[in-house]
Design a protein around this ligand. Structure first.
Ligand code: C6P
Length: 415
């Protein structure tokens, strides 16, 4: 599959990239918008918005059903989108790409389908203390139903997975190690190769939650060595309500359907029904056709970006952030991972995170505050939550400067 760039950015230029995102050119509360909530959701380039609008303007029809021209066009674009995502993720076959509504739905699919059919009393699923709730709760639900146990992998005070502790937890009871690629709360980039190597030493499967990694650098599921990889389209410049479960073919083949209904069947009868093969076995009901097409447009857009340069640009934004943070009395960075993606979590002495967030918003600066759907991690670190600034390809050094002007103003107001 070849990705055809819509346009090529010769040298990485955040100002140029920025102009592709119409939402960024607005004032919020009387100030130019500084959007630093990219870990929650990224903004969408014009080409993604256009792809969705054009689909509804010209091609809208249901897929895999009709003999008419519009249905044929919709089906073609929808399946082309699957090919695009397969190429983007380095999947050997497009059939290994299952459309979901996002990371949460993808993890639930694995937990229910694989978990219910495989886990037995006494089996263990390891998840780290760094996980988002969506990589904890589905496993707890399946554990409650099967008698398996969910065991947390310790993390260090710096916010890194404790690999020695992980090694100590591994034995024949462990059937699944489910961890994120990048922590949404702290930005920690987890050492996937080492985690996979350890998990494989006891023949456990590895599910990698890539919700926070795919937008920051190219991901190749084959070289990562994981068994399942999950992601959300809306954190990758695509629309909400889209996502992917990627899995090894033999595992997906062996897993029973999760949801039943149209699309996923071969033949329905009484008393028995037979099911479709991959990927349709896991795609009951009318899918998010426009969403898949929009996500493919986002992937196409990224094909025109020098992603290595973009990653270096984001690293430079984080480096400058840490320099400026060191100059602010009473500012405490939360988590100090050796390898971090463009996420900066902090607390300001004597203030509540949500008050800081509101004061920043008044200055047109969008950040997220709270527990970031990572309550166990907040408990582990002994804090109620953080203020989180998260960077993307369209953020600039000017945004970093504005963030710290905002922080200093908040500090003065609370003094
Ligand atoms: N994190 C954040 O602000 P969904 O909602 O299904 O698209 O993604 C869930 C999810 C799973 N794993 C990780 C690592 C995530 O960061 C998220 C979403 C957002 O941090 C919303 S809570």
């Amino acid at each position: 599959m070849t990705v055809r760039p819509m346009h090529t950015v010769a040298a990485f230029d955040a100002e140029r990239v920025r102009r592709d995102f119409p939402i960024l050119a607005q004032q919020v509360n009387g100030h130019p918008l500084v959007y630093l909530d990219n870990a929650a959701t990224t903004q969408k380039p014009e080409c993604v918005i256009e792809a969705i609008a054009n689909y509804y303007r010209r091609d809208n029809a249901n897929v895999h059903r009709g003999v008419h021209t519009l249905s044929d066009r919709a089906t073609h674009s929808f399946e082309q989108a699957r090919h695009a995502l397969a190429g983007f993720l380095g999947s050997p076959r497009p059939e290994q790409v299952i459309w979901t509504s996002g990371t949460t739905a993808a993890i639930n699919l694995v937990a229910y389908s694989w978990g219910h059919s495989t886990l037995k009393p006494g089996d263990r699923v390891l998840v780290s203390w760094l996980e988002h709730h969506s990589n904890i709760v589905p496993w707890q639900l399946v554990a409650a139903a099967t008698g398996a146990e969910v065991v947390p992998i310790p993390v260090t005070d710096d916010g890194e997975i404790d690999l020695e502790a992980l090694a100590g937890l591994l034995d024949a009871r462990v059937k699944m190690v489910a961890v994120n690629h990048v922590s949404n709360a702290l930005g920690t980039v987890n050492p996937v190769a080492e985690i996979v190597r350890l998990a494989k030493s006891v023949d456990a499967l590895v599910l990698l939650d890539g919700a926070q990694s795919v937008a920051h650098w190219p991901v190749d599921v084959t070289s990562l060595g994981c068994d399942f990889f999950v992601m959300s389209g809306h954190k990758l410049f695509g629309p909400t309500g889209t996502g992917v479960l990627w899995g090894r073919e033999h595992l997906l083949e062996a897993m029973p359907p999760f949801l039943g209904g149209g699309e996923m069947i071969d033949r329905v009868g009484f008393p028995t029904t037979t099911f479709s093969g991959l990927p349709f076995k896991f795609e009951a009901g009318t899918p998010n056709i426009a969403g898949a097409i929009g996500l493919a447009a986002a992937v196409d857009y990224l094909g025109g970006i020098d992603r290595r340069a973009a990653a270096e640009h984001e690293a430079a934004l984080l480096a400058r952030t840490l320099e400026l943070a060191a100059e602010v009395d009473g500012l405490r960075r939360i988590g100090r991972p050796a390898h971090a993606a463009g996420i900066f979590s902090f607390l300001l002495e004597g203030t509540h995170p949500s008050d800081v967030g509101m004061l920043l918003d008044q200055q047109g600066i969008a950040v997220r505050t709270g527990h970031h759907c990572a309550q166990p991690l907040m408990d582990r670190l002994g804090i109620p939550g953080t203020v989180r600034a998260s960077y993307s390809i369209y953020n600039t050094q000017e945004d970093v400067t504005r963030l710290f002007e905002g922080i200093r103003k908040a500090k003065r107001l609370f003094a």
